[in-house]
Design a protein around this ligand. Structure first.
Ligand code: PQ2
Ligand code: NAD
Length: 286
């Protein structure tokens, strides 16, 4: 039982985690040192974030996948066939990633980065890292990172499988269409904050709550215009069926409540019927 003397305002304990953020790296400079398999995975992650990569690795140790990426993205990866040479390499870098088979060199590079306040990750050397990588699930704009905060990277990979099996594969497409709808809504009702901002947020949240994933995926440009004309402009949230001119059971919030009353009525009639039948049966027994 709860202790009546305990302070009712005691906050739950906070701490022991790491900050989960979606770091915006577009057009930033990232130095990757090493060209093995791990470096190839880092390159793919950084390319996904639209950053520019400078890659330092002797050609003889370059993994086939790393080579393929260098050849495929020559304008986004500046490759130098040589080893890391010293502090000048990290100047003008926004981030440094090492993926070396040489722990001492990694340690030196990390120390240089720290002195210059450049965030750094050394693959597999947690104590040198400013941030860790995590297992990733990506589906268009949907990005899920699974981190065990250094406790069990293999467990992160296993969690990825579990989460993947719970996803339908439609989420990324649906989110992409919602992104287009949101930006068109902002064009129609521009501005930051205020009453209009609150109304916009409420309307957008309702669309996301009411529409199913596969319905959101059907929001092509024509439907988006229709939804804004018949929904936003008229201050309601029509369903996809209503936009298509069909009336079905699934409707917007307003009609959902009348659906519930119909359901209650049906359940009430059923219960009444059951009571009557029981009474008749009982009276026959007597
Ligand atoms: C998630 C993932 C992302 C990625 O690297 O892209 C990632 N490691 C992955 C796999 C993996 N790495 C290792 C195994 C062998 C099994 C095992 O040990 O579990 C497996 C499993 C496998 O290969 O399947 C060995 C290992 N890893 C680290 C150490 C050092 C240590 O712990 O001291 C050791 C050697 C331990 C030893 O010597 O015994 C350290 C780190 N590895 C991290 C990330 C960061 C923490 C992330 C977190 O905790 O969530 C952190 C701290 C730093 C960093 O590298 O950023 C990627 C899975 C991607 C995917 O499959 O989707
Ligand atoms: N986090 C993870 O998921 C994970 C998984 C496996 C291994 N690792 C670790 O990551 C590191 C890299 O793994 P890998 O399999 O890619 O190794 P690897 O041996 O295939 O690659 C190392 C690369 O570093 C280059 N290199 C070495 N010294 C260099 C220097 N001074 N300057 C520039 N390049 C240099 C080599 O030429 C080679 O290209 C290892 O320490 C490994 O233990 C991490």
């Amino acid at each position: 039982m709860a202790d009546s003397c305990a302070s009712p305002t005691a906050p739950p304990s906070i701490g022991g985690g790491s900050l989960l953020i979606a770091w915006q790296l577009k057009d930033k400079n990232v130095l990757i040192v090493g060209g093995g398999e791990v470096a190839s995975q880092r390159i793919e992650s950084v390319l996904t974030a639209d950053a520019h990569i400078t890659l330092l690795a002797p050609a003889k140790g370059v993994h086939a996948r790393t080579k393929e990426l260098i050849d495929t993205y020559p304008s986004r990866i500046t490759y130098h066939d040589r080893r890391f040479s010293g502090p000048a390499e990290i100047h003008k870098m926004d981030m440094v990633l090492t993926a070396l088979d040489d722990v001492n060199r990694s340690r030196e590079i990390c120390e240089m980065c720290r002195k210059n306040k450049v965030p750094v990750n050394a693959a597999d050397i947690p104590e040198l890292c400013d941030f860790y990588f995590g297992a990733q699930i990506r589906d268009g704009p949907l990005q899920i990172m699974i981190s065990t905060n250094g406790n069990g990277p293999r467990m992160a990979a296993l969690m990825k499988k579990k989460i993947n099996s719970a996803l339908s594969g439609k989420e990324g497409g649906a989110i992409e269409r919602v992104g287009v709808l949101r930006s068109q809504l902002k064009e129609r009702a521009p501005g930051v904050g205020g009453a209009l901002g609150r109304k916009r947020m409420k309307w957008m949240s309702e669309v996301c709550n009411i529409w199913e994933m596969d319905e959101l995926m059907q929001l092509d440009d024509a439907f988006i215009t229709k939804l804004l004309d018949e929904g936003w402009d008229k201050n309601c949230v029509p369903t996809l069926d209503q936009l298509k001119g069909r009336t079905t059971r699934k409707t917007s919030r307003h009609t959902q409540s009348s659906d519930s009353s119909q359901w209650l009525l049906a359940m009430g009639s059923f219960a009444l019927g059951a009571v009557c039948t029981t009474l008749i049966l009982l009276s026959r027994k007597r």
